[in-house]
Design a protein around this ligand. Structure first.
Ligand SMILES: Nc1ncnc2c1ncn2[C@@H]1O[C@H](COP(=O)(O)OP(=O)(O)O)[C@@H](O)[C@H]1O
Ligand SMILES: [Mg+2]
Length: 237
């Protein structure tokens, strides 16, 4: 098995907008190794969500190539692509996307039940993940009884409970205050170190980058800089 999880070469993505075309990604070359933790950062409109949708196999490039886990995504049939996404990728969303009528524990159980796991095994695994993200005491709480930071921790547990090889988080801190934002990014880094899951998240806030080993800056649909810090605590360039 190669160390590379995904590789993009010359990737472009364009959207028709009335009479004009928006060039959201204009030629992205990017390689991410298994087990890396990468922040995609840049201003609003720079192409972060478009890029993460491609990495999450939700969308496909208009030009260039995208390889994920050794497969050329362009050559995969739709059902294989969906299967690959469901088994290998966990998602964390800006708006948390928890099911409001389910408890924290039931929300984390859901992806396992969708995969056909029995109730008690799903419950045990979900409990262990809630404990892992520091929320064991809140298992029986409904999402609206949790703070934003706690909801995002539940969402991180829900993304990781399927043992994905990749976690994609598109602006996971956009609805959080600065203290909770820092805590969520630190939790993602901790999960990356402890489980080896590859982690790619986006943010427009450079203050959140100082514990993240690799920073890819997007501007106008292009990679402006791609910096690795061997030691944590380094500031973005
Ligand atoms: N579905 C779409 N239709 C039209 N334009 C889009 C669509 N998605 C993104 N865009 C445009 O592509 C550019 C990049 O958007 P996006 O990837 O959402 O940036 P970011 O996440 O960095 O804010 C923006 O100009 C945005 O308006
Ligand atoms: Mg976005």
């Amino acid at each position: 098995m190669s160390d590379t999880l995904f590789n993009l070469t010359g990737v472009e993505r364009h959207f028709a907008l009335g009479e004009t075309t928006v060039h959201a990604l204009r030629g992205i070359d990017l390689t991410v190794q298994r087990g890396e933790s990468v922040a995609i950062w840049g201003p609003s409109g720079s192409g972060k969500s478009t890029l993460l949708n491609l990495l999450g196999l939700i969308d496909e490039p208009d030009a260039g190539s995208l390889h994920f886990d050794g497969e050329d995504v362009h050559a995969l049939a739709d059902n294989k692509l969906t299967d690959c996404r469901n088994r290998k990728i966990g998602f964390v969303f800006q708006g948390f996307n928890l099911v409001p009528v389910l408890t924290a524990l039931e929300n984390v159980m859901l992806p396992l039940q969708i995969r056909g796991l029995g109730h008690s095994e799903a419950r045990n695994r979900a409990s262990a993940w809630l404990d892992h993200v520091g929320l064991a005491r809140f298992a029986a709480f409904l999402p609206d009884k949790l703070s934003g930071g706690q909801r995002q921790r539940v969402a991180i547990a829900r993304a990781l409970v399927i043992d994905p090889m990749l976690v994609i988080a598109d602006e996971p801190t956009a609805n959080l205050d600065s203290e909770n934002s820092r805590a969520v990014i630190d939790l993602l880094q901790q999960m990356n170190r402890e489980t080896g899951v590859t982690c790619v998240f986006s943010t427009h806030d450079p203050r959140l980058l100082d514990h993240v080993p690799r920073h890819v800056r997007l501007a106008d649909g292009l990679i402006e800089s791609d910096v690795c810090h061997s030691a944590t605590g380094a500031k973005p360039q």
